[in-house]
Design a protein. Structure first.
Lengths: 310, 249
């Protein structure tokens, strides 16, 4: 039996999350194959072949994969499922959307947000928004795991030489959703979940325009810009900026939290960062409890000064 | 149009849940329980569809012991018409929940199923997708906007890169994200009225679903605590620490 990883990409590159899932997959001690659904994205296929540790790329190329619908992806996975006893995807919105559908079709109770693979049946995962860590054990012959990517290194996307097997794309045998449109945030900043440095703003930013102050610092540091749920709910920035339990999990080398009080659900998404800086005018803010360096200051003075000194 | 809303009883989201002394599970003794926030959003959305004249019946369902009546009564007070309690004293995992819901779906024949994207207890984020798979229905997860037009529903989804819009013919399954709506509070008269709304009970076994503990919990621990660091006085000191001590810039 082998391990199958559901690959994610943006039509040009493989997602960094997928590289972490491959690294996690290697720990299961089986051959690792990558399942790729795409619409003639040759650059993604080339990159998939080069990922270190991947034996074979299952190549599902079809026009309909110019957008990704869970019903179609699940049908592809099920069509090749016999050879595999592990099905892995990242805990991105794509993995969370697709893998439970696959798991149910294969009568598997999925294990979500795995942060540690202890052995091939035993895993750790956060529960209650990261307040507790559960060690769980599966009694199933086949397992489906979504992987918390910040808990695993990335497999190198070069040096591998996987074979490619072209696959017939099955028809989803159910009714399905149709893709209408995407409204993706365009930014020349690094991607939030793979950036080395992240600077995030919270309710203390007061409005969306003030995020320009964060952008200016981010520009100097080549950092990604994130936000707390409070900032997103207040309409300062779009939803895809959100770091936290219900947003993205990040674990950069440096995380700078500005005007963020440090609600548990935010901490759940960033406390694995290597170095944490908190800038907040309230010295009692819980964010200081997890910060390596805390600066009690008015962010409207501190941010321009920080920018000028970098 | 009939809408089915599966809901879940969980800890109140303001309560920080801790492991029990033996580290075998979480300690929920004396913890205030409530309807899962994402389920509240699902109930609210159904009520808004009814108020807009697009839905005429809202049925809520949950699985668990007698205490789960509380959350069903809450949903009835908010505006649901009818409730179903599938009774069991055992914990059920998402795949089993999806199987039970598939039975309820077959009996009720709703046009739309709206449910929370995730329970804030187990953090699984699976049940909606699994239910859609088992019933062969289209799925639109993590919804921040729902538009019903005739027998079609258009759903804007919150995805990692921004937003995505899907369209599906009903019946379909939608899971809710945070920004879909802001749930209302139940008024006192409606809480009183909810006591007289129908709440049907059935045993889980009577549905012919075998609950099967495929994943067991061996241990529950607190996460490793991060050491509190130091306070710096000035931006200069901060930049110095980041450059020369942490060496991250």
């Amino acid at each position: 039996m082998k391990t199958l990883v559901l690959a994610e990409h943006n039509d040009t590159n493989l997602s960094a999350a997928t590289l972490s899932v491959v690294e996690a997959a290697k720990q299961l001690g089986r051959e690792v194959d990558l399942l790729l659904t795409h619409n003639s994205c040759t650059s993604v296929l080339e990159e998939a072949k080069s990922v270190e540790g991947v034996s074979k790329v299952l190549n599902f190329s079809h026009e309909k994969f110019s957008s990704e619908v869970a019903e179609d992806v699940a049908a592809c996975v099920v069509s090749v499922s016999e050879e595999y006893d592990f099905f892995l995807a990242s805990s991105s919105t794509s993995g969370k959307n697709n893998l439970p559908r696959v798991a149910a079709l294969l009568d598997i109770q999925q294990i979500s947000e795995v942060t540690d693979i202890i052995d091939e049946k035993t895993f750790k995962k956060p529960i209650y928004a990261g307040s507790c860590i559960a060690t769980v054990q599966s009694s199933q012959e086949k397992n489906a795991l979504t992987i918390r990517t910040t808990s695993f290194d990335k497999a190198p996307n070069s040096g591998g030489s996987a074979s490619v097997e072209d696959k017939e794309v099955p028809e989803a045998d159910t009714r399905k959703s149709d893709f209408v449109k995407n409204e993706l945030t365009v930014s020349d900043r690094p991607e939030l979940t793979s950036a080395d440095i992240v600077i995030s703003g919270g309710r203390g930013m007061q409005n969306g325009d003030n995020f320009a102050l964060l952008e200016a610092v981010a520009g100097k540091l080549n950092a990604a810009v994130g936000a707390s749920r409070a900032a997103v709910d207040s309409g300062f920035v779009p939803n895809d900026y959100q770091v936290g339990q219900t947003g993205k999990s990040v674990a950069p080398n440096l995380y700078i939290a500005v005007g963020i009080s440090g609600a548990i659900q935010h901490l759940a998404g960033m406390k694995d960062s290597k170095t944490i800086v908190a800038i907040n005018k309230d010295e009692e803010a819980p964010i200081f409890k997890v910060a390596d360096y805390g600066l009690v200051a008015d962010l409207f003075e501190a941010l321009p000064e920080l920018e000028s000194k970098l | 149009m009939k809408i089915l809303i599966p809901i879940k009883r969980v800890n109140d989201y303001n309560v920080k849940v801790r492991p029990n002394q033996a580290n075998t599970d979480v300690d929920l003794n004396n913890v205030k329980m409530a309807m899962n926030p994402f389920c509240e959003i699902a109930v609210e959305e159904a009520i808004r569809l009814k108020e807009a004249g697009k839905a005429d019946e809202i049925v809520v369902v949950t699985i668990g012991d007698d205490k789960h009546q509380e959350q069903l009564r809450t949903a009835l007070a908010l505006g649901a018409d009818r409730a179903i309690l599938v009774k069991t004293d055992n914990p059920v995992q998402p795949l089993d929940v999806a199987k039970v819901l598939a039975k309820i779906y077959a009996a009720e024949n709703p046009n739309l199923v709206i449910m929370g994207k995730v329970g804030i207890d187990g953090d699984h984020n699976q049940t909606g997708q699994m239910f859609a798979a088992l019933t062969g229905l289209p799925q639109a997860t993590f919804a921040s906007e729902i538009n019903v037009d005739g027998n079609k529903v258009e759903v804007t989804r919150e995805i990692d890169g921004g937003l995505e819009t899907l369209s599906a013919e009903m019946p379909a399954v939608i899971t809710t994200d945070l920004r879909l709506n802001e749930p209302r509070y139940a008024s006192l008269p409606n809480i009183m009225k909810a006591k007289r709304k129908p709440l049907e009970e059935m045993d889980l076994e009577s549905l012919g679903v075998t609950v099967d503990k495929k994943v067991s919990t061996l241990k529950v621990e607190s996460p490793p605590e991060r050491q509190e660091g130091v306070k710096v006085e000035t931006v200069d000191q901060l930049v110095d620490k980041l450059r020369n001590e942490a060496k991250v810039i």
